[in-house]
Design a protein. Structure first.
Length: 404
């Protein structure tokens, strides 16, 4: 196969590559916590498809479940017992849930939840906090969310999207500012939609405050647990802190890379999908549902989710040890993006280093993101993490010779 292609022109709308190299590289294979490019270079992968690969690439049990369903059929003009089984499993993990709406992407799930909230409350305005996908309503006012700290710039317009979409933005830091948004728009707010990684410490108290505030204001609380679901806890941040949303969005780790998202909540909310015309040709696709059932079953085995926290904490501690040793602790720091199962490299006003370090690290066979959650998977071992720390250290030593 000829890989000498211009990917930027052929594949718009994907995610950016971290394989910085004068020679264009492409990931062509993955297994467990590692992946390989077309030239045969191996990488320890802490990007994991930007979060969906929670068990590991090409997981044998998950793939076999999908293959078995493929042989039985992929898409039928009806619900399936698999849908009902997954709904039952999710209802046990998220006790507020009695119904599930099946979709394909996180952006779809957000749009569906917003429509359901508006239909249920009869109100049109939505307050958002966090990155919630690419659909118009959530990108009309662009904010840089993945900076670990709040974006200092005001919300900006996005070309191609009208501004008057009834979406208000709260950056997540000041509860009084959120109260002001409700006060200035009293009786008009249908819901607050929150990506939990925007919570500030103490996360449990602040989440409870948001739950109480939305109750008081007669608005719904939508928790976008697309990143956090199954990773911080089997029941997401809601299971971790014992707080229930009105609607919950799940995707990413739900099916270990197979495309599936769900909106879950009370029947009186989710059953409005019919009258609000939320539908799609591929919503009944079954390979992803079979993969999700197997993925969750594996995650429910003893110690699995705890292991994600352990490997993440090991990685954070090791990277910080290297940075401190070489005098770069004031420029970049490894942090838990709220929880150690999502480690992050936080660059502090070090723009050049932010651009070079991940790409140079990729050349050494480690994939990790800058100012964005990275992800560990179940098949990352302590030895994998230690190897990544050693390669990180070697990269820092090399860069120190070249950077001022």
């Amino acid at each position: 196969m000829n890989f000498e292609l211009q990917a930027d022109s052929l594949l718009p709308g994907g995610v950016p590559s971290v394989l910085g190299d004068s020679q264009q590289r492409y990931i062509t294979k993955g297994k467990g916590g590692r992946c390989w490019d077309q030239l045969g270079q191996e990488y320890i992968d802490f990007i994991c498809g930007y979060g969906p690969i929670i068990l590991g690439h090409a997981h044998a049990e998950v793939n076999q479940a999908a293959i078995a369903q493929m042989e039985a059929g992929v898409l039928f003009p009806s619900d399936s017992p698999l849908h009902m089984e997954l709904e039952k499993v999710l209802s046990a993990l998220f006790p507020h849930t009695t119904r599930c709406l099946f979709l394909k992407t996180g952006s779809e799930a957000v749009s569906a939840a917003v429509r359901l909230a508006r239909a249920f409350t009869g109100k049109m305005k939505i307050i958002r906090c966090g990155f919630h996908g690419w659909h118009d309503s959530m990108m009309a006012q662009h904010v840089g969310w993945h900076l670990y700290t709040a974006d200092i710039h005001p919300p900006r317009s996005t070309v191609g999207i009208p501004d008057n979409l009834e979406i208000l933005t709260w950056k997540g830091e000041n509860l009084e500012e959120l109260k002001d948004l409700f006060r200035l728009n009293r009786g008009e707010i249908a819901a607050l939609i929150l990506d939990p990684i925007q919570l500030r410490e103490p996360c449990d108290d602040n989440l409870q405050a948001l739950r109480d505030l939305t109750h008081t204001e007669e608005a719904l609380l939508i928790l976008d647990e697309i990143k956090t679901g199954f990773r911080v806890h089997l029941g997401g941040v809601q299971g971790l802190y014992g707080i229930q949303a009105d609607l919950t969005l799940l995707s990413k780790a739900l099916a270990n890379g197979f495309p599936l998202s769900v909106v879950i909540g009370r029947a009186e909310l989710v059953d409005l999908a019919g009258v609000t015309k939320i539908m799609g040709t591929y919503n009944n696709e079954l390979l992803s549902v079979a993969a999700a059932l197997k993925t969750i079953a594996i995650l429910q085995r003893p110690g699995i989710v705890d292991g994600l926290w352990d490997r993440g904490q090991q990685l954070i501690a090791g990277l910080n040890g290297s940075l401190a040793e070489h005098g770069w602790g004031d420029l970049v720091q490894a942090v838990a993006y709220r929880w150690p199962c999502m480690p992050a490299l936080w660059f502090r006003n070090a723009y050049l280093l932010e651009k070079k370090l991940p790409k140079e690290l990729a050349k050494q066979g480690v994939l990790i993101l800058a100012n964005h959650p990275s992800f560990v998977c179940v098949e990352h071992t302590a030895e994998d993490v230690e190897t990544a720390i050693q390669r990180f250290d070697q990269t820092v030593v090399s860069l120190k010779k070249d950077l001022p």
